[in-house]
Write a protein that binds this ligand. Structure first.
Ligand SMILES: CSCC[C@H](NC=O)C(=O)N[C@@H](Cc1ccccc1)C(=O)O
Length: 665
């Protein structure tokens, strides 16, 4: 078939989005949520699918749910548990609830009804109970009291949220008023739930706590979890690892250190050790998440990965022999599945990315969910001694209609004379004898790294299909290149990153196929910060136009954000102690140099970069007579997630670039 259609935003939204897989105990099949967005209805419903690791066809397991999510096979393989808000007996769940469905088919059934809702969960080994996260009112006793208080709260006429917490809102939601995240147990036979932390000071960490925050022992007799002993409960906390013996409800701290933050614990198969992520925050706020290990025999913890300069990601998955752990970690713009050998203290790649997003292992079979720059996430089975097997082809037909263009990784010399990675995405049919416009897509973070991966919001293939050569620079400060590179921008934000982006622009301008009058730059969040910074620092006219999505503009006013303790560490000062240092890293202080036309985009529900940042930038551009346009979404957060809004975002994005396409003027 001729592959000539341009890949548009509507085409992107037609693709299926596969979630993290969970394997059956025999490793024969995996269950995962599949989201199939509906542009016309402006919805993104998800249902559960079963995928064979042995070559069978995928099968849809649930249908009528709106968003069936987070499925997990039970330890006996007889049930799939999942979390959803569904309609049951004519009533719609007001909070997410726990459902089970036999993998062979049949109806999904809700278990119990937890007034405060069901979050991330894990099965007990007996397959008759789960432990799950729920935000409860800590002073109350019993499920009935929780239900009564919750109903009163949801029916109240006042709307104010009062809090004396250090961090009152996070990402796009308020930290629930007077509630804290506890671990509860739900019994499948009785439907009754019990709060394991009731009447104690224990709670999970407050910032999006999920099932990776705790683990259940292989014998089902105890639980480990990460707990922040500091009453302040800040984002830069130093959590300890605590074990709860269920019989007698005895808590014991396993690992605690004022210098270190410990998270995402996982029991060894024999329950005699606990692995976790360990971050030496006391040494430096940019220190990586390393692999920590506590052993019951001596009660001592250590960091086996101390000499491995990578960031360990959750979840941590023990190998059956207890000698190694599996986890994902980034490396130079890619993300692999690694096996860390404990006796040897060495890491080796088990499955190479692209970008390995999620994985599971059971009965010797590994299943991975991984994407690449030219393909959305695919499920693959890795059986010992066999070739890698694709488990689904959900998007193959849709993608076959398009030529997506080539992706290339190049290295240039950037700031400090260091090698800097740049990813190039060429338009389909790229002809080096012709002139092409260039579009920088500058990543956020700053400590993230785009590379050989697929992005649903900043999709380089959608951008390239409009004719741009898209450049993504992994500037100093990016993750995946080691700690020194990540830390190099501390206390001098803007400086090295700009040198790297400018070096990439110089490199591009040296190519005969670049149209010098049509070089654009866009970015979101920290990438938005960078384009605002460029507006104050780059020679007028060097870039034809900018697009600033959710950009950090004024670092003093950014104190309204939800991660202010971290920002203070990164910038090296509090604004009241050293206002000049903050200003020297802040785009707003260079407003007198702004001259490049800019599209400013922001969402009202963005608490990471509050939308006042976007408005302050936009108003400044207007006040200075610089062409600017504002696109504001009342119902989006840091990201634009709704299908129709995403389409509007892309239309505005391309319209803006076209408006400042100097070939046409
Ligand atoms: C401990 S919170 C980390 C913030 C995170 N950075 C990751 O590397 C992030 O959300 N960054 C924003 C930009 C930003 C930076 C500082 C303060 C607020 C927002 C992003 O680029 O998405």
């Amino acid at each position: 078939m001729a592959r000539h259609k341009p890949f548009t935003i509507d085409d992107l939204w037609r693709l299926a989005r596969i979630g993290a897989p969970s394997l059956s105990p025999d490793g024969a099949q995996a269950v995962a949520a599949v989201t199939r967005p509906d542009m016309a209805a402006n919805r993104s419903p998800a249902s559960l699918w079963l995928f064979s690791t042995l070559g069978g066809r995928p099968r849809e397991l649930t249908r009528c749910g709106d968003k069936d999510g987070a499925p997990r096979f039970s330890p006996l393989g007889d049930l799939v548990g999942f979390v959803a808000r569904r309609e049951q007996e004519g009533a719609k769940d007001s909070e997410p609830q726990f459902y089970v469905i036999p993998p062979d088919g049949g109806e999904a059934r809700r278990v119990g009804n937890v007034a405060t809702g069901v979050g991330g969960f894990k099965w007990f080994p007996d397959g008759r109970r789960i432990a799950f996260v729920s935000w409860v009112r800590p002073g109350l006793k019993g499920a009935a009291a929780q239900a009564k208080a919750h109903q009163a709260f949801t029916e109240r006429k006042e709307t104010g949220i009062a809090s004396d917490a250090e961090i009152v809102r996070f990402w796009d939601h308020m930290i629930p008023m007077d509630r804290v995240p506890h671990v509860l147990v739900l019994d499948l036979d009785t439907g009754r739930s019990t709060d394991l932390f009731e009447g104690t000071p224990y709670e999970l960490t407050r910032f999006e706590p999920d099932e990776s925050c705790f683990d259940i022992a292989p014998d089902g007799q105890s639980l480990v979890f990460a707990w922040d002993p500091d009453p302040a409960k800040r984002t830069d906390s130093r959590p300890a690892i605590v074990e709860l013996r269920l019989r007698g409800k005895r808590f014991q701290t396993l690992a605690q250190d004022a210098e270190w933050g410990f998270t995402t614990p996982a029991y060894a198969p024999d329950g005699e050790a606990v692995a976790f992520r360990a971050c030496h925050r006391g040494q430096k706020h940019t220190m990586p998440q390393q692999l920590g290990l506590w052993r019951r025999e001596d009660g001592v913890w250590e960091v086996p990965s101390a000499n491995w300069d990578h960031e360990v990601q959750a979840p941590l998955h023990w190998e059956d022999d207890g000698q190694a752990l599996l986890f994902t970690a980034e490396q130079r713009g890619r993300q692999h599945l690694w096996r860390f050998d404990l006796p040897d203290r060495r890491a080796e790649v088990v499955v190479e990315g692209g970008w390995v997003l999620a994985f599971d292992k059971a009965a010797g079979t590994v299943v991975t969910l991984a994407d690449t720059a030219d393909h959305p996430a695919r499920l693959q089975a890795h059986l010992p001694g066999e070739d890698v097997r694709r488990m689904e082809h959900l998007n193959d037909r849709a993608l076959a209609a398009f030529e997506l263009g080539r992706t290339e990784e190049v290295w240039i010399t950037g700031a400090l004379g260091d090698a800097v990675q740049v990813w190039l995405h060429y338009p389909p049919g790229f002809d080096p004898k012709k002139k092409h416009p260039v579009l920088h897509t500058i990543h956020g973070g700053p400590h993230t790294a785009p590379g050989d991966n697929w992005h649903w919001r900043w999709n380089n293939k959608v951008f390239a299909a409009q004719g741009y050569v898209v450049a993504s620079v992994n500037y100093h400060g990016s993750s995946s290149f080691g700690h020194a590179f990540k830390d190099s921008i501390s206390h001098r934000w803007g400086e090295l990153e700009l040198q790297d982006i400018e070096a990439a622009t110089d490199w591009l301008l040296s190519k005969r196929w670049v149209d010098k009058r049509r070089v654009f730059a866009s970015g979101g969040s920290y990438g938005g910060y960078m384009v605002a910074w460029m507006n104050g620092h780059c020679a007028p006219g060097r870039y034809a136009a900018y697009i600033c999505h959710a950009g950090c503009y004024d670092w003093t006013a950014m104190f309204a954000d939800d991660c202010w303790p971290w920002t203070g560490d990164e910038m090296g000062a509090w604004y009241w102690e050293d206002p000049a240092k903050i200003a020297s890293q802040s785009p707003h202080a260079f407003a007198s140099a702004f001259s490049t036309p800019t599209l400013v985009v922001h969402g009202a529900l963005d608490y990471r970069v509050p939308d006042a940042q976007g408005f302050a930038y936009y108003n400044t551009l207007k006040a200075r007579g610089v062409p600017a346009r504002m696109l504001w979404f009342p119902d989006e957060n840091h990201w634009v997630l709704k299908p129709r809004n995403s389409r509007q975002w892309h239309q505005a994005f391309f319209d803006w670039l076209t408006r400042y396409d100097r070939v046409k003027t």
